[in-house]
Write a protein that binds this ligand. Sequence first.
Ligand code: EPU
Length: 346
Amino acid sequence: MTPGYRLTANAPLRDRNTFGVQASAPWLVEVDDASALAEVMALPQVAESESLVIGGGSNLLFAGDAPGAVIAMATHGLRVLSDDGEQARVRADAGVAWHPLVMWTLEQGLCGLENLALIPGTAGASPIQNIGAYGTEVGEFIAVVEALDRHAGAMVRLDRDACAFAYRDSVFKHQADRYLVTAVEFVLPRTPHLRLDYAGIREELGAMGISAPTAREVAEAVIRIRRRKLPDPAVVGNAGSFFKNPIVSQAQADALLVDYPTLPVFRGDAPHNRKLSAAWMIEACGWKGHRDGDAGVSAAHALVLVNHGQATGAALLGLARRIAESVHARFGVGIEPEPKIIGARW
Ligand code: EPU
């Protein structure tokens, strides 16, 4: 009988965060079997410290070392639970890598996740910040999130409403230390409802010579756009968008448009709200392609902070603060980081 987990002392974390910054954890627990979680949580190395759960490490900035045990879910089960010919229910364990999951669902003839191709990270992390791209958010396709409720000390199944999904937000962010996601169940239709109107997808399909695309072809277009616009974390360290697009009142958006008529403004999360392009404001402040030693802003996309090699998390955080201050000074708008920051407060 294997214990269902592996424990390592003084674990380096550089390969476990896509920024590629140096950090370490007093203990790393890799969990291969979700049924071992109760035992894992009771280990003194975990119970007596401020533990941190990580997925693919693609939404994390280590501004310091992990204060306590780091728990990584290494469960990889992926299967169709039911299929009535119109839609199927798919279950993915927390450790399943996101992009291969998207491609696997498309190979099964299941649609919905095509606009979310090539997002780094894991299935278990996907509901936390309700990953989204090109007009789709994962929460729309999630039926159930299975998690260990650390308050109750029991496994729970949260339906979509209980997850309280919103733009880059969910109950898992609001009650950050409460839930440890073990699996996600998706409901995916067989008939595609393609969303092509966002951020150049139709144009990309046109360049590919496709006028009546399949869901797989939409995924291919998304992959091509992302490869062009977003730096590959395997080549240069980054955590995707470092800042969320700020949501402001319609009145504030209208006032800004008077002074900055080309500022991109999107619909917000309510009729009276608008979402502004943080990338545009950051670029307008002159940060795109900026570099302080190895800490920089991508030259391809102003929303992405990059580690050119040896940047520390503290240096990246310092740069992020200066960017936010300059955006606030010029536009009167606060921008907030999207990744979780360890070892410092924003
Ligand atoms: N823009 C600039 N300068 C730039 C980049 C973009 O001015 O350097 C402007 C563009 O003109 C465009 C607007 O900003 O009108 C929006 O750009 P883009 O379509 O790239 O989207 P985004 O709002 O910057 C969001 C997500 C991305 C996601 C894309 C595509 C957030 C925080 N980010 O970025 O998600 O891939 O839309 O849907 O919502 C991530 O979360 O890590 C991420 C990459």
